[in-house]
Design a protein around this ligand. Structure first.
Ligand SMILES: Cc1cc2nc3c(=O)[nH]c(=O)nc-3n(C[C@H](O)[C@H](O)[C@H](O)COP(=O)(O)O)c2cc1C
Length: 204
């Protein structure tokens, strides 16, 4: 476990609500870092374990845990990238597809967040939203640890043969690849939406 990160609370433990101004300050200014600018060192094994534990603490209607993680690191990540390269090389748009693999090759660590929906009372849409929440939380937690992080998908999240390389079942989809590492340059603020223009108040 990483110093300063509390353990998972015991089941049923009281968790009093308290303001967290540091969290608000972080959220108000955080930015993802370019995946192509991420270098070693990435999160350690203990930090990754904490990141996954934190990422799994998301709202989840029905407590289905409708997601799982695939760690992409070291020789495993190289092997995954090599399999994707072989697929890309055989395609008419090989140059474009191969170029996209830089975002997988460059960062020292990636986590594929796999959404896995099951039929039942909880709509699949809600299960997908929960997987998105995992991606967001994982990205933010890595940033809060001081690493650069970026949530991407790219062609190999959707391509049928690439899905098979990752071992996805019929009911599974890549919600995101969250790449992490040490950012080589500070990200710059990007364009943000005009929130007021996107907000209305229901008045009956
Ligand atoms: C589901 C999803 C998929 C994304 N896929 C890509 C991608 O394939 N390539 C890319 O450059 N950015 C992609 N992005 C956007 C990156 O995460 C982008 O860097 C991010 O919007 C930066 O925003 P932030 O600084 O507010 O975190 C994706 C975002 C989401 C939510």
């Amino acid at each position: 476990m990483t110093d300063g990160i509390p353990q998972t609370p015991a089941f049923g433990e009281a968790l009093p609500l308290a303001p967290a101004p540091d969290v608000l300050a972080f959220l108000a200014r955080r930015r993802s870092a370019s995946a192509l600018g991420l270098r070693a060192p990435g999160p350690t094994a203990a930090e990754l374990s904490d990141l996954l534990r934190i990422a799994a603490r998301v709202p989840d209607h029905g407590k289905l845990a409708p997601w799982r993680f695939v760690i992409l690191e070291g020789a495993g990540k190289d092997a995954y990238a090599a399999r994707l390269e072989a697929l890309a090389a055989a395609r008419p748009d090989a140059t474009k597809l191969l170029a996209k693999l830089g975002k997988l090759r460059t960062p020292p660590l990636g986590v594929a967040v796999i959404s896995r929906t099951t039929a039942g009372d909880i709509p699949a849409w809600e299960q997908l939203l929960s997987a998105g929440a995992v991606c967001t939380t994982l990205t933010y937690a890595a940033l809060a640890m001081g690493y650069g992080a970026n949530w991407i998908t790219d062609w190999y999240a959707y391509d049928a043969q690439a899905r098979a390389v990752l071992g996805l079942a019929e009911n599974e989809q890549v919600a995101g690849f969250v790449f992490m590492g040490t950012a080589t340059e500070a990200p710059q603020e990007r364009v943000r939406p005009d929130v007021a223009a996107l907000t209305t108040r229901f008045e009956g």
